[in-house]
Write a protein that binds this ligand. Structure first.
Ligand code: CP
Length: 318
C-alpha cells in the first residue's frame, strides 16, 4: 500500500506495484460522488495539454471534487529567486502566488515543461519545488522538467492489463521528431517500467542516452531494428539529447516504428503517450493496427489520476 502525500515523482511512491493495483481497482468500482465533495483541485498549466487536463478534471468529477484550471502559459511573469529587486518584468513572486493559490485549493496540480536550455535548472525542478515549499498543500505533477508520473502510472496500468507474462519484455525506442522535446515522458516510462520488475531495453541513436538516474537496470542498444527481437511491448517516444542538452542531432527515419520492425517482435503491442506525429514517429499501419494501445493508454489517464487523488485525499489529515 502506497500512502501519497504528494505525487511529484516516483520517489513519492513507496510501493509502485500496489499503486497500479489501486488504479485497476478504481477502474472496476463505482465511484462515490460524495467522496471529495467540497474539495477543490486547482490545476496550473504553464504549457498546453489535452489528455492530462481532461483526464484529471474527469477524475475529480467522478469523486465529486471541484476542479479549477488556470492556463498561465508564458504570460505570467513569476519571480522564483529570493531577495530580488523586482523592478524589471517579473510582477509576482512565487512565494505569494503559491500561498494565494493554496487558499483556494485542497490539492494543486502543475504542468511546467523544461526550458531545454539549462539542464541544471530544469533538473532542479524549480516550479514544482517552489510550490512544494510555499503552498502547504499536496502537489501533483502534471508533467514537469524531468518527469510525467501520471503518464508513467497510466502506462504501467495498460501494460498490466495486456501483459501475457509476469515479466514482459519492453522496448522504449527513440523516434525522430522535428522539434526538441523534453526527456520527461521517457524518464518516467523507464523508471516506472523498472519499478514493476519488467525487463527494459532502451534503443536510441548515440548521444541520446537518458539521465542514468532513471534508467539504471535497463539494457541500452544503438540499433533501430535489432532491439525489437522478442519484445512484448514497443513504446515509442522522441526526446532531445540529455548530454548535449536540448539538442537534436538525428532525424534518421530508420528509427520510425513500422510494420517491418513490429514483425520481428513477439506480436508486440504498440504504445505512445500521445500526441504523436504520424509517419514521423510511427507509421499509420502500426498506430491503426489492432496491436495499438494508444487510446487505451489515454483512457487509463483518468484512472491513474483518480487513484492518485483518492489516495492523497484519504491521507490528507493523517
Ligand atoms: N500525454 C499527455 O500528457 O498528453 P497532453 O500533453 O495532451 O496532456
Amino acid at each position: 500500500m502506497s500512502i501519497l502525500k504528494n505525487f511529484t515523482s516516483l520517489e513519492d511512491v513507496s510501493d509502485p506495484v500496489a499503486l497500479v493495483d489501486q488504479v485497476i481497482k478504481c477502474k472496476s468500482e463505482l465511484q462515490n460522488r460524495e467522496f471529495a465533495k467540497g474539495l477543490s483541485f486547482v490545476m496550473l498549466f504553464f504549457n498546453p495539454s489535452l489528455r492530462t487536463r481532461l483526464s484529471s478534471q474527469r477524475a475529480a468529477q467522478l469523486i465529486g471534487m471541484d476542479s479549477m484550471v488556470l492556463d498561465v502559459g508564458s504570460g505570467w511573469p513569476l519571480e522564483f529567486e529570493l531577495g530580488q529587486v523586482m523592478d524589471l518584468d517579473k510582477s509576482e513572486h512565487i512565494k505569494e502566488a503559491a500561498q494565494v493559490i493554496s487558499q483556494y485549493a485542497d490539492i494543486i496540480g502543475i504542468r511546467s515543461f523544461p526550458s531545454l536550455k539549462d539542464r541544471n535548472l530544469d533538473y532542479s525542478e524549480p516550479v514544482l519545488n517552489a510550490f512544494l515549499e510555499y503552498a502547504g498543500k499536496p502537489i501533483v505533477n502534471l508533467e514537469s522538467g524531468t518527469g510525467h508520473p501520471l503518464q508513467g502510472l497510466a502506462d504501467m496500468t495498460t501494460i498490466r492489463e495486456f501483459r501475457k507474462t509476469e515479466k514482459p519484455r519492453i522496448l522504449l525506442t527513440w523516434a525522430p521528431h522535428p522539434r526538441a522535446l523534453p526527456q520527461s515522458v521517457p524518464n518516467s516510462f523507464a523508471e516506472w517500467t523498472l519499478s514493476q520488475g519488467y525487463e527494459l531495453t532502451i534503443a536510441h541513436p548515440e548521444g541520446y542516452e537518458l539521465n542514468p538516474q532513471f534508467t539504471e537496470g535497463a539494457n541500452v542498444v544503438y540499433n533501430p531494428e535489432k532491439a525489437y527481437e522478442g519484445i512484448d511491448f514497443v513504446y515509442a517516444k522522441n526526446w532531445s539529447s540529455y548530454a548535449d542538452y536540448g539538442k537534436i542531432s538525428n532525424s534518421d527515419p530508420r528509427w520510425m516504428v513500422d510494420q517491418q520492425k513490429m514483425l520481428i517482435t513477439n506480436q508486440a503491442y504498440f504504445m505512445h503517450c500521445l500526441p504523436v506525429r504520424r509517419n514521423v514517429i510511427v507509421r499509420d499501419e502500426v498506430i491503426d493496427s489492432k496491436q495499438s494501445l494508444v487510446i487505451k493508454q489515454a483512457n487509463n489517464r483518468t484512472f491513474a489520476a483518480l487513484a492518485v487523488l483518492k489516495n492523497i485525499i484519504s491521507h490528507m489529515n493523517t
